[in-house]
Design a protein around this ligand. Structure first.
Ligand code: ATP
Length: 403
């Protein structure tokens, strides 16, 4: 399917990126360093998928190369990460490119960030730290007109065969977040797991160590569940990848319920991933600390649990109380898990009902602030729900009638 050389690859890249790459190529020539496109961009270029970020690997010091681009090529360094020797550079005010120094990595303990060393090493050493063969493909940019694909691990064959294959047997135990990356690429590219890779994944998940850090896994889950694909949750369950987070997830969800409730509750693209985190955690007696969720996220899970535990009611006042002031994510997850039509009723008929009378109004009517205020507010609310009073005047008249 792919030839070993893609001389015309620049023509697949949009004009802006193409110009930016030409700036980098000429800088590399003047500076005297080898630079490569590597990873996702090469994979997606060969698959003729839409290209996202441009990552360039520098066989040398990427920060020094970025400084050269800044001083000689009218570019601007916009971020530098000293420990990994990477730099983000804005090329001619229009496009950002990430530059990474080639490096090797070793894992001191499973799941923890690896230690990077041997910066500026040969590309052949750099590719060994990568996740899957299809992400090891590189294109050297220094010889215009001869853009050969560099393939140390048979990535081209795997790309042809639509296979996701790790590079060595310890890959998943070194970095379990690669399990989520594997399912991400499977779903995104419509690939299959290579048999041995799948076996190693399952072996790892069978004896998983519950103390592995979850920060990278959470990051990958966010990326995974932000994709616009069907059955993402199902894949996580079917492959046992959920075990990275919990032993006790919701096993089955109906995707069609998500579509149904989304007609009533809209979520931003940024929020979407968290619905699935709710499904993973809502059955857990406690949320793993290692996930490092913020207080808002914890509250959303707690709210969902409480709604699920609440007794079924047919009383509009109770329905209002149950759903009012709940986060959209909790409501959405609750509906997917229960298909409780009361929620639809709440959204369509009840959610905009508000008590307009305030504590100050009650004081003005001669009442002393006390617990009793809340009872009055609830009585007003019931009057609005059941007897349709609307204005503040009507509410105040009603309060007077109570007194
Ligand atoms: P995407 O299109 O999602 O950005 P990508 O392949 O570019 O896909 P990134 O997360 O941007 O993915 O990572 C860039 C490259 O870094 C990958 O192609 C891969 O070679 C390498 N990489 C990323 N995460 C890991 C990991 N956990 N283990 C090993 N290599 C990784």
């Amino acid at each position: 399917m792919y030839t070993n050389s893609i001389n015309s690859f620049l023509s697949h890249i949009n004009k802006l990126s193409c110009n930016a790459l030409e700036v980098c190529i000429s800088a590399a020539k003047e500076y005297g360093v080898n630079i490569y496109l590597i990873g996702g961009i090469v994979r997606d270029l060969l698959l003729e998928k839409e290209l996202k970020d441009i990552d360039i690997t520098v066989e040398g010091n990427a920060i020094e190369f970025a400084k050269f681009l800044e001083s000689k090529k009218n570019c601007k360094i916009i971020a530098v990460q000293e420990n990994l020797k990477t730099a983000k550079v804005r090329i001619h005010d229009c496009i950002d490119i990430d530059f990474a120094s080639t490096r090797e990595e070793k894992y001191l303990s499973p799941g923890v960030m690896p230690e990077a060393y041997n910066f500026g090493c040969d590309l052949s050493k750099d590719v060994k730290r990568r996740d899957f063969t299809i992400n090891t493909l590189a294109i050297k940019l220094n010889e215009p007109g001869e853009y050969n694909i560099i393939d140390y691990f048979g990535g081209l064959q795997d790309l042809n065969d639509c296979k996701i294959r790790i590079l060595h047997p310890k890959s998943f135990s070194d970095d379990p977040s690669r399990i989520i990356r594997a399912i991400k690429f499977k779903k995104r590219l419509d690939f299959e797991y290579e048999t041995n890779t799948y076996t190693l994944m399952q072996n790892y998940l069978k004896q998983i160590n519950q103390s592995i850090p979850l920060e990278r896994i959470k990051h990958e889950l966010c990326s995974y569940f932000s994709m616009n694909k069907n059955n993402l949750y199902k894949e996580l369950i079917n492959t046992n990848a959920y075990k990275l987070i919990t032993d006790n997830p919701v096993i089955k969800i109906e995707e069609s319920n998500i579509c149904k409730i989304k007609k009533y509750i809209s979520l931003s693209k940024k929020e979407q991933w968290f619905i699935y985190i709710i499904f993973l955690l809502v059955n857990c007696s406690s949320i793993p600390q290692r996930l490092n969720l913020d207080s808002k996220q914890k509250k959303i899970i707690q709210e969902t649990k409480e709604m699920l535990e609440a007794e079924k009611t047919f009383d509009n006042f109770e329905i209002y109380k149950l759903f009012k002031d709940k986060n959209n994510l909790s409501l959405l997850a609750y509906y997917v898990l229960t298909t409780d039509e009361n929620l639809i009723k709440f959204i369509e008929e009840l959610k905009d009902i508000q008590v307009l009378t305030t504590g100050h109004d009650l004081i003005a009517l001669g009442l002393k602030p006390s617990e009793y205020f809340n009872k009055i507010f609830d009585k007003i609310l019931k009057e609005k729900i059941f007897n349709g009073i609307k204005t503040k005047n009507e509410e105040l008249e009603f309060v007077k009638s109570l007194l």
